[in-house]
Design a protein around this ligand. Structure first.
Ligand code: ADP
Ligand code: MG
Length: 248
């Protein structure tokens, strides 16, 4: 897949986009302060996050490692405004997401952040291009602009020839590339990927990580990737480890 990875910087760098490849610009993209998340569990409480302080720079590719149950999914959900901390604060792009209303959070999830999941999460009865189009419809993009953006995104991930295929007609790696294209549709500032290579063989997984890195490099997107696969870590700018809800 060297083709798509090599071509991606062309696809992503639009006219007027001044972001230099690989530049981490000033100011944090994400700031988590003393984030605690507790889940009630019968009479007890599960402390999934026990006080997370984390700053992520703009244009950084951060990997969060940690074994199953260490709190990776909980942390990504809170950074992306899908879940709220029990205490503590989260700022994304200078916006305090942990203090927003539900309506405001919906807007953040549509425009500022985007998620990629282990199980791809494509809509099974929609084609690759229709899946990529969904977020554009959600923000009311007009049809002509939608078509152009979908074509651009599928080309970026090297799947223009698969545009009309349904997910079941695609390999796992191809499905994840469609999911990444969909995640990027509305030009998010923050890409959150939860074990995106967990269902892929190691070669395909590595290509997906390289694709994510190419996107970060080309477009100044900030990416946070949770993984417990050590082979994926060399692609990141920085690796932090979660253990029992704490960064170590
Ligand atoms: P990871 O993604 O690293 O596997 P999670 O964030 O999913 O870890 O889970 C962290 C801890 O929080 C685990 O002990 C898990 O069982 C618990 N947990 C996660 N989600 C819930 C929930 N909705 N209700 C109760 N406990 C939960
Ligand atoms: Mg998880």
């Amino acid at each position: 897949m060297s083709g798509p990875v090599r071509d991606i910087s062309e696809g992503l760098r639009g006219p007027g986009d001044e972001t230099a490849a690989g530049t981490v610009t000033a100011g944090a993209m994400v700031r988590a302060e003393a984030v605690v998340r507790e889940y009630p569990s019968g009479d007890a409480v599960v402390r999934a996050l026990r006080g997370i302080d984390l700053t992520i720079g703009r244009g950084e590719l951060l990997a969060i490692r940690g074994r199953s149950g260490s709190g990776k999914t909980t942390l990504l959900s809170i950074l992306g405004g899908l879940d709220r901390p029990t205490s503590g604060r989260v700022l994304v792009d200078d916006l305090e997401v942990s203090a927003l209303t539900e309506d405001e959070l919906v807007d953040v999830r549509r425009r500022t952040v985007a998620f990629v999941y282990q199980a791809f999460g494509l809509v099974p009865f929609l084609s690759a291009s229709e899946n990529v189009e969904v977020p554009l419809r959600l923000v009311g993009t007009d049809p002509a602009s939608r078509d152009a953006r979908v074509a651009e995104l599928l080309e970026m991930v090297g799947l223009e020839a698969r545009a009309r295929h349904r997910p079941y007609e695609l390999s796992g790696g191809e499905q994840q590339r469609v999911a990444i294209a969909r995640a990027l549709a509305n030009r998010p500032r923050l890409l959150l990927a939860d074990e995106p290579t967990g269902q892929l063989d190691s070669d395909t997984g590595h290509r997906i990580m390289m694709l994510i890195r190419a996107i970060v490099r080309a477009d100044g997107v900030t990416a946070v990737v949770a993984t417990h696969d050590p082979a994926m870590l060399d692609v990141a700018d920085r690796v932090v480890e979660l253990r029992d809800g704490l960064l170590v």
